[in-house]
Ligand binder design. Structure first.
Ligand SMILES: Cc1ncc(COP(=O)(O)O)c(C=O)c1O
Length: 450
């Protein structure tokens, strides 16, 4: 590796960064994170902070899990790569698929299709949903319904069901036949409804109305995150996902639960759907499946969908979809070790306890600072803070102030993430109570600087 002078001099000069303006990266080079330990990261200048972002909602086991690192390293020597396209496979992928299936069998999942990340997993679910209807003889079902504020990755299909316009408008036209319902977002919604249960009813009614308008026999699937992550940690009423499930069932629409963030314990349960007591038809997974140590995702296929594909006699059920790195042996070794560690540490329990501590701590900060318009979370380690410059008018806080708060929090001991006028937090599930306290005091310093 070149020395620090070289790294600093070349930072952002040759690389375009995801989710940022290339000119901005050149003018304000990104922080270089050089090493990490447990739940903390250290930058190139030696400044160490608690990582309240968990990498990117993904480093669930923290940065120091040697079991996963050793499993990856060993697999690299045994078999660094082989294709899983029809005709060949590898031992690690077979074992990993059984473990993932077993972990999500209580959610009704029967089969696993490995991918390289969350966007791939969403794309796989969307495509298999359409194909499911073709195989069962109702090819008119091609449309998708989703929620505003939802984030489903950046492939064209995922962007088309995405509910945040900054991920869409410069890439239009997107996939035809995708329609969006209001988000379960009590702070701002078109019904002016602050009661979460009533808002859930309103959105359910809008879903029924949209189905009646489109025609149920044109809709393939409804996709939602059990708790919306990138859109600002939007927690629905406990009734919401069940209401949407019932409507899907009544109209023959598949339900895809996008669990890229919520899967593997982040909500305090192994899946977000289980957290709400719902069994979806498919699940998209990534992130916590390897704790971010290797890029892996998975589309999980429920019993009903699996049966249609596996009992097909028409020939339409052949899956002409997949990735060079689907069921990658090194990724699969990472999955096996990560699941073993996740279960051994029972990370969902700490996620629930530390999540409550973080949420309550931020609620206390909200009493101190008027700029905190809305605090969302309380269901595991996902916390969102929406900042406003005028509390009565709910005016979104300027980006320049958001950046100042971010920097002050970083200088005072915590890396947090900005998503528009929200501060988003999703630390490792193994984080300690002392580290949560450090995040809270760093935020306090951040808000004081606003
Ligand atoms: C709910 C959800 N779905 C899909 C994705 C896309 O995943 P990836 O960035 O791995 O492609 C994300 C990423 O954050 C996500 O939060």
């Amino acid at each position: 590796m070149k020395d620090n002078n070289f790294i600093k001099e070349n930072n952002a000069k040759h690389m375009w960064h995801p989710m940022g303006h290339p000119a901005d990266s050149l003018a304000n080079p990104p922080t270089v994170i050089a090493s990490a330990k447990d739940s903390s990261i250290t930058d190139i200048d030696g400044h160490t902070v608690v990582d309240a972002v968990g990498g990117l909602w993904c480093v669930n086991l923290g940065y120091s899990n040697d079991t996963v690192k050793e499993a990856i390293s060993k697999q690299l020597y045994d078999l660094p790569y082989y294709s899983a396209f029809s005709g060949t496979t590898n031992p690690a992928a077979i074992e990993a698929s059984q473990m993932v299936r077993d972990m999500f069998a209580p959610d009704g999942m029967a089969r696993v299709f490995f991918t390289s990340g969350g966007s791939d997993s969403v794309e796989t679910c969307l495509r298999l949903a359409r194909q499911y209807h073709v195989v069962r003889g109702e090819p008119s079902r091609t449309k998708f319904i989703s929620l505003k504020k939802g984030y489903h990755g950046t492939h064209f299909g995922g962007a088309s069901v995405n509910g945040n316009n900054r991920f869409r408008i410069n890439y239009e036209p997107l996939l035809p036949g995708c329609y969006h319902l209001p988000a379960p977002y009590t702070y701002r919604n078109p019904f002016n409804e602050t009661d979460p249960a009533k808002l859930a009813q309103n959105i359910a009614a809008a879903f029924e109305d949209e189905i009646a308008f489109q025609g149920a026999n044109t809709i393939a699937a409804f996709i939602m995150e059990p708790i919306q992550g990138a859109g600002g940690v939007i927690v629905p009423d406990a009734s919401f996902m069940g209401l949407m499930r019932d409507i899907c069932d009544r109209h023959g629409i598949l339900m895809i639960s996008d669990e890229v963030i919520t899967g593997f314990g982040r909500t305090g349960d192994w899946s977000g759907a289980r957290h709400w007591g719902v069994k979806p038809d498919m699940m998209s997974m990534a992130k916590g499946i390897t704790s971010g140590y290797f890029p892996v995702g998975a589309a999980l296929i429920g019993d009903k969908v699996a049966e249609v594909f596996e009992n097909d006699t028409s020939g339409n059920a052949a899956i002409f979809h997949g990735y060079t790195y689907s069921a990658h042996p090194v990724g699969a070794a990472a999955v096996i070790a990560t699941i073993n560690e996740t279960l051994r540490l029972d990370t969902k329990v700490n996620a629930a306890a530390r999540g409550a501590q973080l949420f309550e701590g931020v609620q206390k900060l909200a009493q101190k600072y008027d700029i905190i318009g809305n605090v969302r979370g309380g269901h595991g380690l996902m916390t969102g803070i929406e900042l406003v410059s005028d509390a009565a008018k709910k005016t979104p806080m300027d980006m320049s102030v958001m950046k100042r708060i971010h920097k002050a929090a970083y200088d005072n001991g915590a890396m947090v993430r900005l998503g528009a006028n929200n501060i988003l937090m999703s630390p490792p599930l193994v984080i300690t109570d002392t580290e949560i306290s450090q995040i809270l005091s760093a935020l306090d310093a951040g808000f004081a600087s606003a």
